[in-house]
Write a protein that binds this ligand. Structure first.
Ligand SMILES: CC[C@H](C(=O)O)C(=O)SCCNC(=O)CCNC(=O)[C@H](O)C(C)(C)COP(=O)(O)OP(=O)(O)OC[C@H]1O[C@@H](n2cnc3c(N)ncnc32)[C@H](O)[C@@H]1OP(=O)(O)O
Length: 251
């Protein structure tokens, strides 16, 4: 079974689906390669919107695949993986088209970083989400902390990062992490959320998105993300982190 699918619909929606439900849609190197492929396809002007979601209904994304990445022990080994995914999240952030994280299920850790890189986050009403990296004795390592600081008010962003716990959709809406919630079919509700934007020409959508890309480039988002990735790499090599990961994998 392919670990991801890419569908380009007639109305201009490109839907990237992480297809590893047995691992709660954890991201490994194959999923990263799929995201790279989808972002290249999204450059075509037949694509108006980029949607990222997860297969089945239990998880949107559970972050980095701990069984794939737990062998990364040193700062440099961690940095190589973290840097590759953070470059992908920067490409997603800078994609000159509207992007949507369609939360079909739980989003934790790097899954929240992936969601933060999108312009909009919409979730099924029973979904929970949280930057739980702190419980693994690391910080966000894919740039999601920096990107979150561009999307939420400081106190709300710091609350999400520093409490390192799962929040329900009431709290997530209140903090501004979510823009909308829904019941029922995720793609159908995603189209409902996007229906006004989908009628506009892609040039208009691209021009508005460029306003924010310019701001993020001007305020040095990429340099701040590089520092965030470096900080996580240092924490990653610590015994406390490796112990927590081993505890999860041996549960
Ligand atoms: C790489 C760094 C990155 C970053 O921020 O930079 C990160 O993402 S660090 C954070 C990494 N993610 C996690 O620590 C989340 C771990 N998973 C969970 O907390 C739970 O699985 C949860 C809440 C997502 C879902 O809980 P649920 O009870 O529904 O499922 P299970 O825990 O029983 O898991 C089912 C099955 O999936 C495997 N699994 C889940 N998440 C991961 C993961 N991130 N990596 C690898 N495997 C994962 C879990 O081991 C179970 O497998 P099984 O073989 O059935 O035991």
């Amino acid at each position: 079974m392919k670990p991801y699918t890419i569908e380009i619909h007639n109305d201009g929606l490109l839907v990237f689906t992480i297809n590893r439900p047995e691992k709660r849609n954890a991201i490994n190197y194959e999923v990263m390669a799929g995201l790279e492929e989808a972002l290249l396809l999204a450059a075509d002007d037949q694509v108006k919107m980029f949607v990222v979601t997860g297969a089945h209904d239990q998880a949107f994304c559970s972050g980095g695949d701990l069984s794939s990445f737990h062998h990364l022990k040193t700062e440099e080994e961690a940095y190589t993986m973290l840097n590759r995914m953070s470059n992908l999240l920067v490409s997603l952030l800078f994609l000159p088209k509207p992007t949507v994280a369609l939360l079909n299920g739980t989003a934790v850790g790097g899954g929240c970083e992936l969601a933060s890189s999108c312009d909009f986050r919409i979730a099924r009403t029973d979904v929970k989400a949280g930057f739980i990296q702190g419980t693994l004795n690391i910080t966000t390592g894919w740039g999601g902390g920096t990107i979150l600081s561009e999307k939420l008010l400081p106190a709300d962003a710091m609350k999400m990062l520093m409490e390192a716990r799962l929040f329900d959709t009431v709290d997530l809406m209140e903090m501004g992490f979510l823009q909308s919630t829904f019941s029922g079919d995720p793609i159908e509700n995603c189209r409902k959320f996007l229906n006004r934007m989908l009628v506009l020409e892609v040039e208009v959508l691209k021009a508005y998105k460029q306003l924010y890309i310019n701001k993020w480039k001007y305020t040095g988002v990429q340099e701040r993300i590089e520092q965030e990735v470096r900080n996580c790499s240092v924490l990653w090599q610590g015994e406390a982190h490796h112990r927590q990961v081993a505890k999860f994998l041996n549960k």
